[in-house]
Ligand binder design. Structure first.
Ligand code: ADQ
Length: 748
């Protein structure tokens, strides 16, 4: 049965289906006596998504768990669909090599440690990145086949951060949302990844990107801005990139509160008079991010500092083995075993050991029994997206007598303010927090726990699913309306394939009217702080080379920009200065006295508003402030004076300029800069882009025809430029994108 026909059979009426995509399909399959058996995976996420899928009708796309490249045998690894079923499964077959590269290596040895700030454990390997890319593309193919434009595609987690980019290419009108279960790091950490921009583009192909906390959302926004030059509206939580908005929102995940409460009712509460010492409980997947070793040190410190608690308390550490085939995880297990052995060896006496250490998966009933009995829940990971154990412990505290000690580094800390918050790296603080929890008066314990329980109840996993889906629907509706390209987007789209074919781009910007708006007097044309910041950034971007080209005197334009180290072209190209260039046109000297004489004579034009500016090798007559009726006659007189002194008059925006009659202009200057900076064969090495607004810039547009590209700014009836932008704001927008280096060669 084809995927499409199956999906039609079970699609619900009205709104589209929900298409959930995750690394693993939500069941474990096993062949027994020649027949496939399927067991639903445990966990709140599966339990919450299943009802949502059944209600709406849907498909779950994922890897079935066994390594195979053959689609037919992968299809056998999912439960067969009956016509009455509202949920179907689509298996994405993966080979052993793909699982190793995409999941074992890139997801778990690159993204996982980096996103949890374990930089030393982060492996950077382009081979595994390529596999990650290919597998994400395969997930996108399967999802494109399984979905229609009416459906909502919901991608889960860090294993699939590139998928939406491919899905958009294959099926541009899909509604797509993504949720990241783990933390999203700050820009300084995220940028370490050579593929940071690619991952960011993957996320910004979605209508909604959800994460566990506002802090992670803020990191995503600043990475979009800094890595891709995207426009960010922090107030609205929206990032605009490539002409479309992406909502970025915190959607803290919850647990099935009712279930834990129900199971809790069947178990024994804390302080109920059960014999034995008071229990302090920690429950984790055996992972280095959970901080088990640091916690054991804190426990040791606790028994050292507060010996009166020996024999009266016991620390229970429950670990579920995780990623057991990975060497680092085996190593961690050995280290935890050793630490437990050492501490127990130090403090135990007949009948009492300080640590009870359990390494196994327990069923939910047993888990809740442990939660309920524990007086203190010690949940202090070194870094965690959310941490559901903290919420489960709270849900099981029916009488509200237990105390939750929670790491500030867990996403849960953003919501669970009534917990005793600790820095998990600070062993002394954790030891004191345990003591504080044990002596905390009952009234305080109850009021803290009641507040926490209320919050965990309201924000349960069912409401998480509901709110996320609603937000995704809203974001995709806005996205569909807003998908109108701005002029900068159009230019960006057209430049991108061209720019990305060379490792370096040389950018030439005219100053007045291009980087700054046209103003009455030249000294008022001040560069905005933002434009200056972006120019500085562009200068530091390794694949960019920036030059400012102006009709102003060299000193003047250098002063207006105020960034040392850029290439400056002054006086329409007669003077150039920059790294490795110090140029003055050789014929200039011969005309110095003519320019001086013409300037003197031009100053004799005594009409209100006229002023004359001597700019080294050239002279400019400004007529902007001259009354309209007199302007043309002033221009004519100026042209005549200049001609008499054998200077070439050029009329620009409310100015008349006199230049030596040397066959030299901005166009020649640009070619000179390119040859000086990148050799005469620059064309095979770099891309040259010129942005200008003036008739004098047309010379540069002409010079670059066929060799580079050019953009004319503002309305122009006739131009030689390849592209246009409406105003300097649009130029600065484009500069922001260019400065981010967003078009690097391996851009995808
Ligand atoms: P995890 O890193 O797996 O999830 P966590 O949120 O703590 O972390 O969830 C662990 C789950 O495993 C809990 O539901 C817990 O009950 C269960 N568990 C732990 N030890 C167990 C044991 N010995 N036996 C049985 N069950 C055990 C990722 C992110 C988190 C984020 C979740 C959900 O790393 O930060 O909270 O996704 O988004």
């Amino acid at each position: 049965m084809g995927a499409r026909s199956a999906s039609k059979n079970i699609r619900g009426e009205g709104s589209g289906q929900l298409v959930v995509v995750s690394n693993r399909l939500p069941f474990i399959s096993e062949k027994r006596k020649g027949r496939m058996q399927f067991k639903r995976s445990p966990g709140g996420l599966v339990a919450a998504l299943d009802p949502a899928l059944s209600r709406r009708g849907g498909v779950w796309v994922g890897w079935p768990g066994a390594e195979t490249e053959d689609p037919a045998s992968a299809a056998e690894m999912v439960p067969p669909v009956r016509s009455s079923d509202r949920v179907r499964y689509r298996a994405v077959p993966l080979s052993r090599r793909e699982v190793a590269g995409y999941y074992g290596a890139f997801s778990n040895r690159t993204l996982w440690p980096l996103f949890h700030y374990f930089l030393a454990r982060t492996e950077i390997d382009s081979g595994s990145w390529e596999v990650y890319e290919r597998v994400n593309e395969r997930f996108a193919e399967a999802t494109a086949e399984e979905s229609t434009p009416a459906d909502l595609v919901w991608i889960q987690d860090y294993q699939l951060m590139r998928m939406a980019r491919y899905l958009r290419r294959m099926a541009p009108n899909r509604r797509v949302a993504f949720f990241l279960h783990i933390p999203f790091p700050s820009y300084d950490v995220f940028r370490i990844l050579p593929w940071a921009r690619h991952l960011m583009r993957g996320l910004l192909s979605c209508d909604l990107v959800g994460c566990q906390s506002q802090e992670h959302a803020d990191h995503m926004m600043s990475c979009s801005e800094q890595l891709l030059g995207a426009t960010v509206d922090r107030g609205q939580g929206v990032v605009y990139f490539e002409g479309r908005p992406t909502a970025i929102q915190a959607h803290p995940i919850g647990i099935d509160f009712e279930l834990f409460q129900r199971l809790g009712e069947k178990s024994v509460p804390a302080s109920s008079g059960v014999a034995g010492p008071v229990e302090i409980l920690s429950v984790d997947r055996l992972d280095y991010t959970k901080g088990i070793l640091a916690r054991l040190r804190a426990i040791e410190t606790f028994f050292d500092k507060y010996p009166e608690y020996r024999r009266k308390t016991v620390f229970v550490q429950l670990c579920v083995p995780s990623r057991t085939s990975v060497e680092e995880y085996q190593q961690l297990k050995r280290e935890v075993d050793e630490a437990v052995g050492r501490i127990n060896g130090r403090f135990s006496d007949p009948g009492w050991s300080p640590i009870r250490y359990l390494v196994r998966s327990v069923n939910q009933r047993e888990l809740v029994a442990l939660y309920r009995r524990a007086r203190v829940g010690l949940i202090n990971p070194l870094r965690d997206g959310m941490n559901l154990v903290a919420k489960e412990y709270v849900a099981a505290q029916l009488e509200g007598r237990g105390v939750l000690i929670l790491s500030e580094m867990a996403g849960a800390a953003e919501e669970m303010k009534e917990a005793v918050l600790v820095n998990p790296y600070d062993v002394d603080e954790v030891a004191s927090a345990i003591r504080r929890a044990l002596v905390m008066p009952e009234a305080e314990r109850r009021s803290r726990m009641l507040a926490l329980r209320h919050r965990v109840k309201v924000g349960n996993v069912q409401s998480w699913v509901r709110r996320f889906v609603e937000s995704a629907e809203a974001a995709s509706a806005i996205g569909a309306k807003a998908r109108v390209e701005s002029p900068t987007d159009v230019v960006r789209r057209k430049l991108l394939p061209w720019l990305s074919k060379r490792p370096t781009a040389v950018l030439f910007f005219d100053y007045d009217g291009t980087l700054t708006p046209i103003v009455t007097r030249p000294e008022q044309a001040v560069l905005s702080t933002n434009a200056r910041r972006l120019l500085r950034r562009a200068m530091r971007t390794p694949n960019l080379d920036v030059a400012i080209v102006s009709g102003r005197a060299l000193d003047d334009v250098r002063r207006m920009i105020g960034i040392p180290g850029l290439t400056y072209v002054g006086n329409h190209g007669f003077e150039i200065e920059g790294p490795g260039i110090d140029f003055q046109h050789e014929a200039l000297g011969a005309y110095e006295s003519a320019v001086e004489a013409a300037s003197r004579e031009l100053r004799q034009i005594k009409v209100e508003g006229v002023w004359v500016e001597r700019k080294g090798a050239t002279v400019t007559v400004h007529v902007r402030e001259v009354a309209e009726k007199d302007r043309r006659s002033v221009e004519k007189r100026a042209e005549a004076i200049l001609a008499r002194h054998k200077l070439t008059p050029t009329t620009g925006k409310r100015i008349v300029e006199g230049r030596p009659p040397i066959d030299w202009n901005k166009g020649y200057a640009v070619l000179h800069v390119l040859a000086m900076r990148h050799g005469v064969d620059w064309i095979s090495k770099v891309r040259a882009l010129y942005v200008g607004d003036d008739v004098t810039d047309e010379d540069a547009f002409r010079s670059l025809r066929g060799m580079g590209k050019s953009i004319r700014v503002g309305p122009a009836t006739h131009t030689e430029a390849d592209l246009t932008l409406p105003n300097p704001e649009a130029v600065v927008d484009l500069l922001g994108w260019l400065a981010s280096g967003a078009f690097d060669v391996d851009r995808v």
